[in-house]
Write a protein that binds this ligand. Structure first.
Ligand code: ZN
Length: 424
């Protein structure tokens, strides 16, 4: 009996040792061309060898033991990065859409819907996303991220910001009787002490980034410019940024017009989200401080008709602001606000077409979702370009996206961390 137990134990140890020592899987990708994300010329033809979850070699010999995936007339690209999404939101053209999700859907149900959203994102070629707040779903983004990392569900690498911050009266739901208690879309804080505490709390519960709402209530001022009502005062905004940076986390600010953008930039935020109407002097400040613009062009267009009012005028301001930011050399990272439109309403990769329509070259647009977004996320050492040693996050689109940018909406091959999630 004892011998048998010893034999079983030895067998288990041997199996464990074999599993640990098993050589990583080798895959070779072949395609007509490759855009590596660094901005150089298109490489044609292309071959990439992946060992385990890393890029092992580019353009070299294919090892004899490699599994070869030939993608024919496709273009290989770095896994795409969407730096502004809401996986816990499923469309909010109107406040009714929004309130229904907060009032009638449990966090468990919202997590299940998010599990579908992240699968859609990955299928569209987005191997990394920055989730910029859960819209009332508390810390559920941390759980979605954990479920992906543990292999429970398929989805992109996630950088999360949990609840976001605004002030009393600064965020929805709104318009209900003061006697009614209901959940808020963000964490409401007032004053420097509450602001600092909330930053500490969110980071303690898993926030990678801090998201702050810098302005609200947009209107066209007498001089014809877009303006807004600020949320936090200068001291509160500074306290939020200072506390986040002190704890080695970055801050993204929703800021649409001067009152919010100026306050956010003065406080030292790391990215301006939307930036619907950024005056030239503030664009120059963004360049000087190295602050990223994450423009989210497609959602502006998508929600305008349904929201009506001032929103009908916002796309024109947005286009003008984006074009000036581009000319003045502001760093731009790809972001869509997916979730602001229903995840299955349209492919978030439509944003590439907006970027080119508003002045970018196709190569510039591709770089916003690869090298630039990786830089914004401080992940350039691991993702964003196809280079030896980086994570094997690789996608492929049919034909050449430099000739037809809408090819980015037809991702036919997705590899994340060396695993294939989609192939022709
Ligand atoms: Zn957003």
């Amino acid at each position: 009996m004892k011998d048998r137990i010893t034999a079983v134990v030895l067998f288990l140890l041997a199996t464990a040792a074999f599993a640990a020592d098993a050589p990583p899987k080798v895959v070779a990708l072949r395609a007509a061309r490759m855009i590596d994300g660094r901005g150089g010329a298109v490489v044609s033809p292309a071959v990439i060898v992946i060992r385990g979850n890393r890029i092992d070699s580019i353009g070299g010999a294919v090892p004899a033991d490699a599994q070869v995936i030939d993608l024919g007339d496709m273009t290989l690209l770095p896994g795409l990065i969407d730096a502004h999404v809401h996986t816990l939101l499923q469309g909010d053209i109107t406040s009714e859409d929004y309130d229904t999700q907060l009032f009638k859907e449990s966090l468990a149900y919202r997590a299940l819907r998010a599990s579908k959203a992240v699968k859609i994102a990955l299928g569209n070629g987005f191997t990394t996303v920055r989730d910029l707040e859960t819209e009332g779903a508390m810390y559920t983004d941390v759980d979605v991220k954990r479920a992906i990392n543990n292999g429970v569900i398929d989805g992109p690498r996630m950088v999360v910001s949990t609840r976001a911050l605004s002030v009393t009266g600064g965020y929805g739901p709104s318009g209900y009787s003061p006697e009614v208690t209901y959940p808020m879309g963000v964490q409401i804080v007032d004053g420097v002490d509450q602001a600092r505490k909330a930053v500490r709390e969110q980071i303690a519960h898993g926030a990678d980034w801090i998201k702050v709402y810098a302005d609200r209530s947009y209107f066209v001022a007498k001089d014809g410019t877009l303006s807004s009502t600020p949320t936090f005062n200068a001291e509160e905004m500074k306290a939020i940024v200072e506390e986040a940076h002190r704890l080695r986390h970055k801050v993204a600010a929703h800021a649409m017009a001067r009152p919010g953008i100026e306050n956010a930039l003065n406080a030292g935020v790391d990215s301006i989200e939307h930036g619907i109407s950024i005056p030239d002097d503030l664009l120059d400040m963004m360049v000087a401080k190295g602050v990223y613009l994450c423009p989210t062009l497609s959602v502006t267009d998508y929600v305008a008709a349904g929201r009506g009012g001032i929103w009908l005028k916002i796309p024109a301001f947005h286009r003008d602001s984006f074009s000036r930011a581009l000319k003045r050399g502001v760093k731009i990272a790809f972001g869509t606000d997916a979730g602001g439109f229903a995840w299955d309403a349209f492919n978030e990769a439509k944003e590439f077409s907006y970027e080119t329509k508003f002045g970018m070259t196709p190569m510039q647009a591709i770089q916003t979702a690869t090298r630039n977004a990786a830089d914004l996320l401080d992940m350039s050492d691991r993702i964003g370009t196809i280079e030896t040693g980086k994570f094997a996050d690789i996608v492929a689109v049919p034909g050449n996206p430099l000739n037809d940018i809408t090819a980015m909406e037809r991702v036919g091959f997705v590899m994340k961390d060396g695993n294939v999630y989609k192939r022709p």
